[in-house]
Ligand binder design. Structure first.
Ligand code: 5GP
Ligand code: MN
Length: 334
């Protein structure tokens, strides 16, 4: 990556800064949550005051990672900041584009000091290289590995709390060390974090093994209606608002991970999970096994992600959305 700055550049920039704001993408996943929290702990160990602000709330299953609260754009702590309370640096983690930070961006002007630096720490190959200091490494399976590397550059010891946060991030972005991005670097980082006090069994238990019964009932319904297309090379699963409401009357459910079942079917190369988010609005999650680059597929619809895991927002009727995606997938099946 020719545009990249080094960790040393970030280390030098941090020397002139006392107050740092940290943010990440909307609908934060495990890597986003673990990386913002871990980075906050590391910067505090380095003697900096840091706050995390995220446009969306943190999913229930990741809440155990929070050693203290994170802020929302409308938090009273961020109202009417005096000049001395403003932040001199904002660090975006795991956000492939600045816009992915969501509503947070509308408020930065009133939170930041004049001339504040923007830092971009990420691992998406599609990162659009925004910010004054750019640390983007698509070779890394998770953003958390870059945060851990920063701790090394700063000479900061990893506390057991930070170790849990960063381990959870690596665990989730590698799909429990099963996705194609799992490599010696991610495993070595995980080993380093366990040596620093991370507890893999408890973390896995909290994230994966404590779902409500209604989740499994809904999942059963979804699994019994998977559709195979393209001679069984594509698997499609759809979840409408009506179906969600039948199992989760308040309309809120955590659907992270459901898409993974679509590529666990024998012979399937691309899995598609479409969930309704509103009237005529949908989110599509794609997963692939092997060579097919699903990021390229969703880019046709304005989305992004990684080679084997990507997503996008879509509008239209369910059938229309499904057929548009399925026909784009077909273009990439060799
Ligand atoms: P998921 O399918 O789990 O929502 O997302 C898989 C990957 O694609 C993640 O790396 C996520 O950040 C990325 N992703 C999902 N939706 C979007 C989107 O609308 N835009 C971009 N740029 N990336 C997305
Ligand atoms: Mn990530």
């Amino acid at each position: 990556m020719t545009h990249n700055n080094s960790m040393k550049t970030l280390q030098r920039a941090l020397e002139d800064v006392d107050r740092i704001l940290i943010s990440t993408h909307v609908n934060p996943d495990g890597d986003a949550v673990g990386s913002v929290l871990g980075l906050r702990g590391i910067l505090e160990s380095a003697g900096k005051q840091s706050e995390v602000v995220i446009s969306d709330t943190i999913t229930k299953k990741y809440k155990f990672l929070m050693d203290r609260p994170v802020l929302r754009p409308d938090s009273p702590e961020l109202e009417n900041l005096e000049e001395a309370e403003r932040f001199q640096m904002v660090i975006f983690v795991d956000a492939s584009e600045r816009e992915r930070a969501g509503d947070v961006l509308d408020h930065l002007d009133r939170w930041m000091s004049p001339g504040a630096l923007e830092v971009n720490i990420d691992h998406h190959v599609s990162n659009d290289i925004f910010g004054d200091i750019v640390i983007v490494d698509p070779e890394r399976a998770s953003t958390a590995e870059l945060v851990l590397q920063l701790a090394g550059t700063l000479g900061v010891d990893i506390s057991p709390v930070v170790a849990d946060q960063l381990f959870a991030a690596i665990l989730t972005d590698t799909g429990r060390f099963q996705f194609g991005n799992t490599d010696s670097h991610s495993l070595q980082a995980a080993a380093q974090l366990v040596a620093a006090g991370a507890d893999p069994s408890t973390i896995a238990q909290r994230i994966y093994l404590e779902r409500p019964a209604s989740f499994y009932r809904l999942l059963g319904n979804l699994l019994s209606s998977i559709e195979l297309r393209h001679d069984g090379r594509t698997c499609v699963m759809t979840m409408t608002s009506d179906l969600i409401a039948a199992y989760f009357p308040d309309g809120h459910m955590d659907s992270e991970g459901i898409v993974d079942f679509t590529v666990q079917v024998e012979g399937v190369e691309v899995g598609v999970f479409i969930r309704q988010t509103g009237d005529g609005t949908f989110r599509a999650s794609l997963r692939s096994r092997g060579e097919i680059d699903v990021r390229v597929i969703v880019e046709a619809f304005g989305g992004g992600g990684h080679e084997n895991a990507a997503g996008c927002g879509m509008e239209g009727s369910l059938n229309d959305v499904k057929e548009r995606i399925v026909s784009e997938v077909k273009n990439w099946l060799k």
